[in-house]
Design a protein around this ligand. Sequence first.
Ligand code: GLC
Length: 578
Amino acid sequence: MKKIALIIFIAALIISCNNNKSTLPKETTSVDKKWWKEAVIYQLYPRSFKDTDGDGVGDLKGIIEKLDYIKNLGVDVVWLNPIYSSPNDDNGYDISDYRNIMQEFGTLADFDTMLKGMHERGIKLVMDLVVNHSSDEHEWFKQSKSSRDNPYRNYYHWWPAEKGKPNYRYSLFDVKGEAWKYDSITNAYYLHYFSQKQPDLNWENPKVRNEVYDIMRFWADKGVDGFRLDAFQFVAKDTTFPKLPDGFEKDFMQYYAVQDGLHDYLKEMNEQVLSKYDVMSVAEGAGRNFKDAHDLVDENRKELNMAYAFDGVGIAQHDGYSLVHLKDVFSRWDSAFAKKGWLSVFLANHDQARMVSRFGNDSPQFREASSKLLNTFILSMRGTPYCYYGDELGMTNIEFNSIDEIPDNATRNGYYKAVNEGADPVEQMKIVNFSARDNGRTPMQWDTSINAGFTTNTPWLKVNPNHNEINVTAQENVSNSCLNYFRKMVQLRKDNPVLVYGDYQQLFPKHEQIYAYKRTLNDEKVLVLLNFSEKEIHLQLPKDISLKNELINNLEPLTVTDNKVLLKPYQAVIYSLK
Ligand code: GLC
């Protein structure tokens, strides 16, 4: 009897264990969900989006007019480049009044209407915050330069000339690369890491910091949903301005980025402003190394949500790039953030030439396929994707015939600096045509009408002549256009959290044409296959990969035989896996 009871007991135990096995939740990867991780960000360059008052410059009313277009892209957040009052030495990155709107763009009332229209459509707004420097036409600087004992003097970095010339500092935008500018009014030099019209603010001065926090509150109280901190990694400086090693400018990030004090400022900003609102924060630049990048976004440190690094976007050069290198960089960044922190993923922004011309292939034969491929990439990586206006259409670089056609002072000064130092002007112009950031700022191509429907007047920057083929209207009703592919890809990301939170694992790291990776979140597994070349590639997939459904494909469906796939030039495909 006892024996039977024991057998029954053991059998019951086995059954109950098995039952438990099936009812217990499967082992889950814990993900820390946040709206800004799940968001797709659409970066919009207001100067070039839509002009409604016929002055050749885009404006806020133009953005309002196009809100339904933005909504229909499926994106969640718009990041606007600076729209504050500015004399436009650097297209709004030189701010003369942080609480007002640039005249060419409209008024504060337009801003309120725009923000309301965004929120009604479920779109959030991220504003650019430019506080490493102001404009030299800001009232603070006008006061500061007027006398040495002015209360605003210490808002900026001054070096009295009687102490001799200050130690050399490199300027990113100056035609001579010189960051100190002599000002005779007070017989002193002021510091400008960017142009002479962008004097650097002195973050050691608590008054400056409080001014900035007040400005942030002003916009957050209006309802903005986040800030992109322009050039913020440069704000902390050793204000004794010691001599730096000869040639330091070749590696200036080591001396300029994330210097002592920066984290204290960020902690203070977080405590005073960021933590008080439901806003996202992203820094331009991620410091000198992974440690810096982590420290900026480590949740426990209470600083920022995200930063974005330039390692990836800097890879494409006018003489080409290596896909193995690109894969390595993106994979290293991913693995450094696999357990903690969060990345931004992008291939373009307003400081870069067009993505398809740099990383894809803008020839008529491959432009569409390669644009779609690049959008597949950005929207299937781990991290928050930043999509730049016009890239949803496959907008390309433009051909500038001479440096005089380029309004951007930074590009012009860079060109003249190189030529003055002996570079060949023709070669230099080739580089400019490949990489100048005005390539990425040409007006949005809405239709085939004059100036691509951007303006009825002369546009501030040439419209790309290819707007007759590449424009919104032409693509709107074509189901496999770049535009509609982009929309599908955004939707795919929304429908599949594995594309947002899933682990990333690269396959074939040494393959020179194919970028392939798996994304895994619990039971969900997908495989992304991207052919970054003009060649057809046969690819034998590993045995443990078992394809299930094709989720998206920029060309015709794949033929799969014995786990071998044939990828057409610039083919991009995502499969779910068994
Ligand atoms: C950032 C901006 C760039 C600007 C510079 C100076 O790098 O992205 O457009 O010119 O800062 O503000």
